[in-house]
Structure formats: C-alpha cells, structure tokens
Write a protein that binds this ligand. Sequence first.
Ligand code: ZN
Length: 149
Amino acid sequence: MSELDSLYQEILLDHYRRPRNFGALADPDRAAEGDNPLCGDRVRVEVRLDGERLVEVGFTGTGCAISTASASIMTELVRGRSGPEARELCARFQSALTGGGGPEALAELGELAALGGVSQFPMRVKCATLAWHTLRAALAGGKAPVTTE
Ligand code: ZN
C-alpha cells in the first residue's frame, strides 16, 4: 500500500468513526432519502437553505464505511455553496468514479479525493455516490419532509 493510499484510508476511517454533520436538522427546507440495496446502505439528507445557498446540511442513516464517510465528506464540501455549485460537485464526483478519472480527477476536491480509489470497485461506487444522489434528489424535490422511498 502506498503512502497516499494509507493517508486516504485514514481519512475515510476518521469520517466513518466520527461522521461530520450527522443528525437531523431542526428546520430543514429540503430532504430526501435514498438507499443502496446492493449493500444495505440507507441515508437521509436534509438541507437548510438561505436563498440559493446551502447553509446547513445534515445526514442520518446507517451504512458501510464508504457510504458513511462519503456522506460526511459531502456535508462539509457542499455547505456554504449554492444549489447549482452543489449539483456540479455531485456530477464531477459521479463522473470521476464512473468515468475512470479516479483520484486524479478529484485531486482538487480535498478529502473527496480519498474516495477516488473506489472507482476500481464498481460494487462500491453506489456506496460512495448514495449520499450525493440523495442530496441531488433533495435539492430537486419539494419541501421537507419528503421521502423518496
Ligand atoms: Zn455500502
């Protein structure tokens, strides 16, 4: 295992053990739920908006280390961004994992690069992108509480 791989491993384990922004929001404007039956991951993403801006993003649910770490990193990355910026990040992440861009394509996205290695494991791509699809559904959907189960 290279030094970079073990650094990435540490980042993912840290987010899995101490997920950031884990918990329901007091007063969400948008929410959606998603699940990944292949692995058993379930997530609910809640967003509080100020105009276009995502001022608070939280998530709840249960899942494997990759889905939890990805959701945790996502909440930190999209908070403070506008809806279109958040959607663009979702699209970039998705195409890096499925289009073979791998870690290089995510290099400028901070801790998100730690998930780039998942692109080598198609079964785990759905784990990594679950929270992102759910965020997109929340942003596209109506007002909370919304469920997409
Ligand atoms: Zn999973």
